[in-house]
Design a protein around this ligand. Structure first.
Ligand code: GLN
Length: 234
């Protein structure tokens, strides 16, 4: 299981969001506190974000462990954004080890990350997946159906593969969407913005846990939680 996070709010530096907190995504790459599957997340990392003066998200991904990319640590303090998705990867057995298999994935308009695994044979055919990794196929399905269908996609895929773990995280520059289906997710609402993360990046008591099998939507107006049960019949 990988770990991922997203931020929507006032622009913050990528260093503040993913490197500096005491249990940052960087620290979670070797010492996650709540990870249920796998122990370290050393099979790559990625950050996608919206930047002023540019249409669509930009990304920086790497197949190396996050701690092995000192150039990112050097630039991250000056990269600032109000809408960010970041992930560190623990590859599922049998999946490709390559930069294109690392989240976040994009169709040029939105970003999608996936914590979990799914039987690739259970997924409907998709076009334009970035990699053959299960998460890229799932992301391509989400891009095909549209972010508004995120909850329906999770229920449909869970119906086809009952063992699937489907914690998804998506952003379109103006809102965040996430699902819990088999793994952890926490939310932190602050006056400056809202964070979603597989696990809290510090011990701030304001973090709250999202129950399993829920859809979360974050907009500048607030956070909404909707239960996702039951899976769609196949
Ligand atoms: N199945 C995906 C992969 O192989 C995600 C793995 C994970 O969540 N650890 O990259």
């Amino acid at each position: 299981m990988c770990r991922h996070l997203a931020w929507l709010g006032q622009p913050r530096s990528l260093a503040e969001l993913v490197l500096e907190p005491p249990s940052s995504l960087l620290v979670q790459s070797w010492a996650p506190r709540r990870q249920r599957h796998g122990t370290i997340n050393a099979d790559g990392w990625g950050v996608g974000f919206w930047a002023a003066g540019h249409d669509g998200p930009v990304r920086w991904r790497s197949p190396r462990p996050m701690w092995a990319d000192p150039s990112f640590a050097s630039v991250a303090p000056v990269l600032r954004s109000g809408c960010v998705v970041a992930a560190v990867r623990s590859a599922t057995v049998g999946m490709p080890l390559e930069e294109s298999a690392v989240a976040p994935f994009t169709d040029g308009r939105a970003l999608v990350s996936h914590n979990g695994r799914v039987d690739r044979a259970a997924l409907p055919a998709v076009r334009d997946a970035e990699s053959t990794v299960d998460s890229a196929l799932l992301a391509a399905l989400v891009f095909d159906r549209g972010l508004d269908a995120l909850g329906d996609v999770v229920r449909e895929v869970a119906g086809r593969d009952p063992a699937a773990r489907l914690n998804l995280l998506a952003a379109d520059g103006a809102r965040l969407l996430a699902t819990t289906w088999g793994d952890t997710l926490s939310v932190l609402v602050t006056p400056a913005g809202t964070a979603l993360a597989s696990e809290p990046w510090d011990d701030d008591p304001s973090w709250s846990d999202v129950p399993d099998r829920h859809l979360v939507e974050v907009t500048p107006d607030g956070v909404a939680l909707v239960p996702l049960d039951p899976p769609e019949p196949t």
